[in-house]
Unconditional design. Sequence first.
Length: 587
Amino acid sequence: MSTAYVPEQPSSENGAGVAAPPPPAKPPHASEATRLLCAGAYLDQGYRDRVIEQLHLYEQRIVAPSLGFDAARVLAHALRARRIEVAWSWAVLGLWAVGLPLTDYGILAYLLPSALLALGVWIRGPGRRPPVWRRVPAWWVRWWGRILLAVLLVSTVATVIKGDEYGSLSYEVRSDLRDSLPEVLSWLVPEGSGTGSSGALYGWLTLLVLALIAGCVGAQRSQFARALGAELSEARFGDASADPAESAEGPRFQRVKRRIRTEQHAPLIMYHAVRPFCGAGEPVDTWTLAVELRPDRMKKQQPINNRKILEQVRPLLERLRLPAEFAGTTVRDRLRWLEIDECVFLPAEGLADRDDAPYRPEAFEEHRGRAVEEGAEKRRHFLRIRVGGWEEELVVTVFVRVHTQGRMLMLEIVPHVLAPVREPFRNADRAAHQFRHNNPVGKAAWAFARVAGSPVRSLITIGRWVGYGWQVLTGGHGGALPDGPALSVRELGAEGPGSRFQQMDVERYLKSIQDRIANGVRQALAESGYQTGEFVQKIVNISSGGVNIDRVEDSTFAVGTHARATSGTAEGNGTPDQKGTGDHDDA
């Protein structure tokens, strides 16, 4: 009986009541999310092109924050995968071009099923479950392409085996096929020669060219599979210095890579006006709360400002890293790696050059010192709390902003969730292992099944490559004014909402963090001599009971479908006068 492998969890070295410190987390460039996104660049041409477009072509765009991964390394592998695919595409087209005169242009007949198969893929679309009006015509077109391909292969093989007997038959079959096609497509099936001897020779040459094309298709797949089993394997991916994609030459790539690694993990976030949280994922359960600061007559008022409140919240959040007091072993909870920092959002508009962004530590400190007490509109300060679960595949980020003005407290809690990486990317290791360990017959069958569509795929690949080069040459992106990020390559590679376990973890992370934030703000108000009843009541109302406050002083609760709640405080001793009524008591 086999059991799942769980890494050994070392026992505490300081006694039963103190847990050992957690092992250091993987750096972003070596995280599992980075590895899977790099693997996705070899598997998905559409994703690869979007990565190159956003990070390499539009180099005036500042990169989105890279939470738990390294965008520069993803770009390096996307460029490498494209170079490999373009090289093999040229080889495939070269074989098709050489095969035309060698086969007396008989190989042209195979372009028709190739076009039908490509048309079927285009009709079906990129979705996993396309609508019926797409599936049915796509199925019909693709099966006609397969039938036509089978007829051509049988005709070619028959000509090779018994040229004298079947040469004229092959000629007649192709003539009938040519006559049945519309006039605009009839040129795809040439008449060829009707003699047996020459028909057999051309049949042999046709099969040889098709075999060479299949070899190129299989070799490209094998090269991708070897990359996934070598530099992209879990054992070797952590060593970025040995990664061949990182050592790629080219001034543009090196310049872009340097800029990405300066920007992607900086606490200063340059944003686009309509996409301020680009890169953080999907927003969930956003809180915006405003309460009046009412002095508590039983307490002495102390000065209160935004910094004081944040400093009260931060230690409570840091305690989430501590395991249970008598856990006995190192607890494998992702909250132990919870990250807390401060970030400042600045608009990218107004910069003359991308390198002018104030990423220097002293410049950030200046912005942070000013922004923390600002209400502001464009420049905003946030306390950022991040949990990277499931090996950085599931990232929960909570942005907290506090502002006091006009004897009012404004609290903004903006959680975001980065969904797990796409399932095909997560299964890349399995698919590569299966292909590498398949028998020669299986590999040959896989390659031959893709020969018919190879010219169209190669033309598309080279066409995109040429179009990209033209955009680089004529687009003027290198000298354009800086702009904020438009897309995040991590969000492009995400697929939500994740498994039920992952959804449960998101809820646990968010509830824990929101509870500590609410408690920290309440404590700051109480210690500064302000009433907390209204604040606690609004927290309970916003969270629908999801946040549990250990003390609910000066608060009122009402239970029932049509319940109403009022509260008041006696002027003399501060004793709360609480009332709750409900037409339907559900308690």
